[in-house]
Design a protein around this ligand. Structure first.
Ligand SMILES: [Zn+2]
Length: 323
């Protein structure tokens, strides 16, 4: 079966004189061709992921390549069954990936050594090299490179502090970093060099490029890669694919992401359909009995049914004790 849609992932650090004007024109163009996705624009450059038919995405790439300074933007392309986004957004942001450093990094001035998939693969096999995942913990949990360090962060902005707190573990070693499409590593690896880490490499083009390399084919990647669109995850390892993610409720292998049914929590958790039903899509007893739990309304459960389902797992709507 042929896939008629495509998802594009791209970025470029390139000075934009008037980001607001750029945003207006960019959004207008995207809408005119019916593209969907999210593009962030700053005076430092652009960062985006968009989806559309083969024809729409072809037009978009031609458009971006026609913009002065963006002639060489590298688009990572993935075929898809449908749009991977619901709407089209183009937004002005101070930083196209928020790292919030007090003293910002210009990747054109300082950045880690670029490694192609083969070189990165060699680094993964080298015992004296430390591999650091620069993504968030929930991205890591769905899939990561074998042996990579998992920083305890929920957001990229927290990474520099985490590294400083754990400096002793890897200050004197060779370090290689990686992320989804490469953009997070551009400033981050530059920041590491500025902090005094001596040997820092980055996976050029990110995990996405690594998975498509005709020779490496994603070898040494475990699980799937988390993506920030409707697809949620995509395969990377085409040599010996595996599942590393675990069900939040019973710890069994699982790759299904859901959001907690409590709209005030909304925590992203991995759970099978079976456990989603059993635990009423709630990540905690409090979320399961939350008055606005979306699972209850979507399934039209009566208060009595709700109570019975909670009783089945030893809980109650009237639960007064605090967990
Ligand atoms: Zn919750």
């Amino acid at each position: 079966m042929s896939k008629n849609y495509r998802v594009l992932l791209f970025y470029k650090y390139q000075t934009i004189e008037d980001p607001d004007e750029f945003v207006t024109e960019h959004l207008e163009y995207c809408k005119s061709i019916g593209l969907k996705g999210r593009v962030l624009v700053g005076s430092e450059g652009i960062n985006g992921t968009v989806s559309g038919t083969i024809e729409q995405t072809k037009k978009y790439m031609d458009y971006v390549h026609s913009l002065p300074g963006f002639e060489d933007v590298w688009f990572k392309e993935d075929l898809a069954d449908n749009f991977a986004h619901k709407k089209m957004y183009v937004r002005h942001r101070e930083e196209i990936v928020a790292l919030n450093l007090e003293d910002d990094i210009d990747p054109h001035q300082i950045t880690g050594q670029y490694l192609n998939p083969k070189e990165f693969h060699d680094a993964l096999l080298d015992e004296d090299t430390i591999v650091l995942d620069t993504r968030n913990d929930y991205e890591y949990d769905l899939g990561h490179f074998k042996g990579a360090i998992r920083p305890e962060i929920r957001n990229f902005r927290e990474l520099p502090n985490w590294v400083l707190e754990n400096k002793d573990k890897f200050m004197e070693k060779r370090i290689v970093v990686y992320c989804t499409g490469g953009i997070r590593c551009e400033k981050f690896s530059g920041w590491m060099l500025r902090e005094g880490f001596k040997d820092v490499g980055q996976l050029h083009g990110g995990i996405d490029t690594y998975g498509k390399d005709p020779e490496i084919k994603g070898d040494l990647w475990e699980g799937k890669m988390y993506v920030f669109d409707e697809r949620i995850s995509i395969p990377i390892n085409h040599v010996n694919p595996s599942v590393v993610a675990k069900d939040y409720f019973d710890g069994k292998p699982c790759e299904r992401y859901i959001n907690c049914g409590n709209p005030e929590c909304n925590e992203q958790i991995i759970a099978s359909k079976l456990n989603e039903d059993k635990y009423l899509r709630g990540c905690s007893a409090e979320c399961r009995r939350h008055p606005r739990n979306r699972y209850i309304s979507e399934n039209n459960l009566s208060t009595q049914e709700w109570e019975e389902r909670l009783n089945a797992i030893g809980e109650s709507l009237k639960n007064t004790h605090t967990a």
